[in-house]
Design a protein around this ligand. Structure first.
Ligand SMILES: Nc1ncnc2c1ncn2[C@@H]1O[C@H](COP(=O)(O)OP(=O)(O)OP(=O)(O)O)[C@@H](O)[C@H]1O
Ligand SMILES: [Mg+2]
Length: 617
């Protein structure tokens, strides 16, 4: 048997060994995601949200354990209110140069647009959703600004991260810390939804590195996981509702299972955790969720209004009067937030004068005459003094798609036997402030303790700082997908004939899915899974290996049920062994990101292995 044939045999026989099905018992060693993290003087976390972002930091040397949270300034009428998160939006000049971020960007763009000068500017917001479920994400993926002009998405993310980073450093410097500190003394923590796929995380990491954060000083934190750390560490106070008779959360004793539902602007991200004997946290189901965040409600309102005035009128407003369009979106947001959920009165949305004019120009009648005389809208909406008034039943229906998806999803998780014994459902994220959400979740899951921490909107951010201080507080995670490499081996009975390929008269199966991690499988932090890689040409110095994912735990072939998500690039600089060279590639699936390392088997030396998850154009 030739060396190549032997190795192909090994690929097959080694398969069972490489899949640590009985989880983790063999692995005693716990590895830190970042070995330097515990030595850093400062932990700085950024919660980069779809709708709102913020940052916080904490010095390790300070005895007070005080966490500093950035306070933004939100203009409300003539006054200026402090706010712990700012809208995730960015304003750039025509040449792509950064101008402003957050409330400042929103206000400046509004002024620019009301003066009709928007052509010289680019305004971006709500762009984080670009990375959710985006197949074929590449380093060059483009993003459209508010007027439809395309720019590289990476640059927009980089501008935001860089702004927050520089702002944070300014504040740190002003505090005149007596200990000398350098940027290398900072551990940066950046939050990402747990339901993001690996390419999206790599995109975020690259954006952060482009913003000047050294890769080795950066830790990605999974948003609901950060929140779960926060609620456990703080044993948080909860809202006291007279009507809901909510009790205090019980202590986090070993064995306590709890569900964290991070209700954000873009995504709803759920994780179920159990406290272990050593008080670390174990994930007990894979992270799950979907695009059912607070923005869905705004979109429903927007579409309803568009349905009344007509798409051409709404598009006209957006193109001709962007400032008025922005005002309408802000008005929807404000009215949504004011809802108590038990009111019996109509909610009134102020429509911009420009919209009323456009409607009259287009349709030849006043919008109020149209709405108030329509049988279709009778009892649902009416108009008075430029205000569109929604009946409460219509208002509730705006929440329905998001609420139904959330309730259904929580229900499904609770019916899974692994969540047996769970009593606490914690709602965090800004959307959990909605009384409608709170009420419906509590009503549906009466047998559970539904808890909303006092600062639910900041749980992810604060938890990210705590996680940065002690990444090992999370000890086990569950793989969201089945991961594996595309491999070649001898053709076996039962292999699909379309994957058969003969080389030198020998039949091979060319699309074998070499499973490395199974969907739903538990991994200890830092736990390694090994696979061996050999060259296919004697003098090749770098071997590319296709990396795939699937939802099916028993994926056997690289077929239409799985997806190629990237390439492992294995360096093999010493070609003396020809085809008889083996690199043992180790992958860690239990960390917040995938890490890859390689060892040349004959020399025992480390070799470089890169994992490229973003498509090249
Ligand atoms: N009182 C309220 N009623 C209804 N919705 C609210 C309320 N307060 C905040 N929200 C909504 O919560 C969302 C913002 O929450 P959060 O800041 O947690 O999201 P994010 O971090 O920007 O998004 P993601 O986590 O999905 O990236 C917005 O859609 C906002 O409208
Ligand atoms: Mg969030």
């Amino acid at each position: 048997m030739s060396g190549l044939q032997e190795r192909q045999q090994n690929v097959m026989s080694g398969l069972e060994e490489r899949v640590p099905h009985e989880a983790i018992s063999g692995l005693e060693e716990k590895q830190q995601p970042d070995p330097n993290s515990s030595s850093k003087m400062l932990v700085a976390a950024m919660d980069f949200g779809t709708t709102y972002s913020g940052y916080a930091f904490k010095f390790r040397h300070e005895a007070t354990k005080k966490m500093y949270i950035k306070s933004w300034h939100k203009e409300a009428g003539s006054s200026c209110l402090p706010s712990e998160k700012a809208p995730t939006c960015v304003l750039l000049r025509a040449n792509g140069e950064f101008k402003s971020f957050g409330y400042q960007a929103e206000n400046e763009y509004s002024d620019i647009a009301s003066e009709g000068l928007e052509e010289d500017w680019h305004f971006f917001r709500h762009f984080k959703m670009l990375l959710h479920n985006q197949e074929g994400l590449s380093s060059d993926t483009a993003l459209k600004d508010s007027r439809g002009f395309e720019m590289p998405a990476k640059d927009i993310f980089t501008h935001c991260i860089k702004y927050m980073k520089d702002d944070l450093l300014e504040i740190v410097k002003k505090r005149k810390v007596d200990t000398v500190y350098t940027e290398d003394n900072i551990l940066w923590v950046l939050t990402v939804p747990a339901i993001w796929e690996e390419p999206a995380k790599q995109f975020m990491r690259e954006a952060a590195e482009k913003a000047g954060i050294e890769g080795g000083n950066l830790l990605l934190a999974l948003e609901p996981e950060a929140a779960s750390v926060y609620v456990k560490e703080m044993n948080v106070e909860v809202h006291q509702d007279q009507d809901m008779n909510q009790s205090r959360l019980s202590a986090f004793f070993p064995g306590t299972k709890y569900m964290i539902v991070d209700l954000g602007g873009g995504t709803v991200d759920v994780t179920v955790r159990e406290v272990l004997d050593d008080r670390s946290l174990r994930e007990i189901t894979k992270a799950s969720g979907g695009a059912w965040g607070g923005l869905r409600v705004n979109q429903q309102f927007y579409q309803y209004i568009e349905g009344i005035v007509g798409k051409e009128v709404m598009d006209g407003l957006k193109e001709q009067y962007p400032a008025a369009h922005l005002d309408l979106e802000r008005e929807i947001e404000q009215k949504k937030r004011n809802l108590q959920g038990d009111e019996n009165k109509k909610i009134a949305i102020n429509l911009p004068g420009e919209l009323l004019e456009l409607f009259e120009e287009n349709k030849g009648q006043k919008l109020s005459d149209f709405v108030n005389s329509s049988d279709h809208y009778k009892g649902r909406v009416d108009m008075r003094h430029e205000k569109l008034r929604f009946d409460i039943s219509v208002t509730f229906s705006m929440f329905k798609p998001a609420v139904d998806s959330i309730l259904h999803h929580i229900g499904e998780l609770l019916s899974d036997p692994v969540t047996g014994g769970l009593q606490n459902i914690m709602l965090v994220g800004g959307f959990s402030d909605s009384r409608i959400i709170q009420r419906t979740v509590k009503e549906r899951f009466k047998d559970f303790r539904v808890v909303i921490p006092q600062d639910a909107g900041l749980a992810v951010l604060k938890g990210a700082v705590l996680f940065g201080e002690n990444p090992l507080i999370v000890s086990e995670r569950v793989s969201r997908f089945t991961y594996g490499t595309k491999q070649f081996r001898y053709f076996l009975d039962g292999d699909p004939s379309e994957f058969r390929e003969e080389i030198g008269g020998v039949p091979y199966c060319k699309n074998v899915f070499n499973v490395l991690a199974k969907s739903g499988q538990t991994f200890r932090v830092g736990q390694k899974v090994n696979t061996e890689v050999s060259p296919v040409i004697p003098d090749m110095t770098r071997m590319p290996v296709i990396f795939c994912q699937s939802n099916n735990p028993d994926q056997k072939y690289v077929d239409e049920n799985c997806r190629e998500i990237g390439t492992l690039l294995v360096d093999m600089p010493d070609t003396t062994g020809g085809l008889d060279r083996i690199v043992d590639v180790s992958l860690t699936f239990g960390d917040t990101e995938l890490h890859v390392t390689g060892t040349d088997r004959s020399s025992g030396r480390n070799v470089s292995v890169a994992i490229e998850l973003l498509k090249k154009k």
